[in-house]
Design a protein around this ligand. Structure first.
Ligand code: SF4
Ligand code: SF4
Length: 436
């Protein structure tokens, strides 16, 4: 039997709940009556509107930008009238600035990006420029502008691109379905990243709990000399960049370092698909696939959703909520955020909406540590979560930092195994926010 790649220490096996949507093909949701598109959906400088209030916009039209390099342009996800700036709740409860576009029922055909290159023989700049024009960011949730990642400094040569298809969060099946349905587009996107940074090879890595996806990427890899599909063992958090790199290539990214320090760039599955769609079809990043799941919903689905659609509109499209008590989580239940207000818009980094019934969710109270050490055993960063959180809860932030607070990758494995159901991750997040 084939030996599966995995990171060496720590991590947990989670209840996956992916069976709810792994066989559900990606479907397009209807255009909503309005979208509220956040002007900051990426790491870097926020965008500013470049259209006048009251003007007509066409789906695909650029509507906001910031000329700083570390930013990502924004395009209209539906056609209609731009009604001006409004505020909406963000996933962290803060108010965020958004552009409101009202759907007036006009033609929703898409304006495509201008392209001036030979697609069979592009220069690296052609690829990076179209990725920038398309407003593509890392769609795994990090939201780093992809054109910056595709132009590493000269002293950081890149030999390998890894596509992160681990998708180890419970419930989410976005990458799983994209690998099954769009393996060819994914590999084309990967090949473009390789060309842009002059790398030698590319690897699409996915956990073995997605057998159909593994089959699809391995079959597609047969058509390419320099690209490979690699199965991983199923263990959370394989999707964390440093753990993925250790598992796939046995390279250690230094503490506080980046994958490019060891010759690697990691991109998410959907990001690579969007790169290919921008380059070959001229499509900007105006919609994304998300998983809509959990037993609190009538239907569990994988949906293409226009950016800026409210969580409520997506939930309505999935048949609505069928239980009295529920918990809505944006992202997956391990690293996602619970939201109470369903006006939160879907942003470029939104990977899923999970509506859990009360039984599925245990909202842990502050409980006493029984010193079992399980959280230390599973921490993939070799941290002592019990000590760090003890410092945080006593407002001893300096000590918490010395114990490793800032090295935590917020995977949530410690909270998952804690028999006392202590909300360790939430406390760690609070500690980080308090000391910065
Ligand atoms: S301390 Fe951080 S990195 Fe370690 S298990 Fe907990 S959440 Fe994950
Ligand atoms: S797993 Fe929970 S109870 Fe056990 S040592 Fe860690 S914090 Fe304490």
């Amino acid at each position: 039997m084939e030996e599966l790649k995995k990171f060496p220490i720590g991590g947990v096996h989670l209840p996956e709940e992916k069976h709810l949507t792994t066989d559900v093909p990606i479907e397009k949701m209807d255009f909503p009556d309005k979208v509220t598109i956040p002007v900051q959906m990426h790491i870097g400088a926020p965008c500013r509107p470049i259209i006048e209030k009251g003007s007509k916009v066409q789906r695909g039209e650029k509507i906001a930008e910031n000329r700083e390099d570390l930013s990502a342009a924004i395009h209209a996800s539906i056609s209609g009238i731009y009604r001006g700036m409004v505020t909406r709740p963000g996933v962290d409860g803060s108010e965020i600035d958004c552009m409101l576009i009202e759907n007036t029922g006009q033609d929703n055909s898409e304006i495509l990006l201008e392209r001036d290159y030979d697609p069979k023989n592009p220069e690296p700049n052609d690829i990076v420029d179209i990725v920038k024009d398309a407003g593509i960011v890392g769609l795994g949730g990090a939201c780093f502008p992809t054109h910056i990642k595709m132009a590493p400094p000269e002293d950081k040569p890149i030999d390998t691109i890894i596509i992160n298809g681990a998708e180890c969060e419970p419930y989410l099946t976005v990458d799983d379905r994209l690998m099954q349905e769009k393996a060819n587009t994914l590999f084309k996107g990967l090949n473009l990243i390789i060309k842009a940074v002059n790398a030698e090879k590319g690897i699409v890595a996915s956990e073995i709990n997605k057998p159909e996806a593994i089959k699809a990427i391995r079959a597609e890899a047969e058509n390419w000399d320099n690209l490979e599909g690699v199965p991983l063992d199923t263990r959370y958090p394989h999707g964390a960049e440093k753990h993925l790199i250790k598992a796939v290539l046995n390279r250690e990214v230094p503490r506080r370092g980046l994958p490019m320090d060891v010759g690697i760039i990691v991109n998410n599955v959907q990001t690579a698909v969007k790169i290919a769609e921008a380059f070959y079809e001229g499509r900007s990043l105006i919609d994304r696939v998300i998983t809509v799941s959990g037993r609190g919903l009538e239907k569990q689905m994988n949906l293409v959703v226009p950016i800026g659609t409210s969580i409520q509109d997506v939930i309505d499209f999935a048949g609505g909520i069928t239980v009295d008590n529920y918990y809505t989580i944006i992202g997956g239940p391990m690293t996602g955020k619970r939201v109470k207000n369903h006006e939160v818009p879907v942003a470029k980094g939104t990977s899923g909406i999970v509506v859990l019934s009360e039984e599925e969710y245990s909202d842990a109270e502050k409980r006493v540590c029984i010193r079992c050490g399980k959280c230390v055993d599973v921490c993939p960063m070799y941290l002592p979560p019990n000590r760090i959180t003890a410092f945080v809860n006593n407002e001893m932030f300096e000590e918490a930092v010395i114990a490793g607070l800032d090295d935590c990758i917020e995977c949530g494995a410690c909270a998952f195994v804690c028999p006392a159901k202590r909300p360790l991750l939430r406390w760690i997040q609070r500690g980080k926010a308090a000391h910065q």
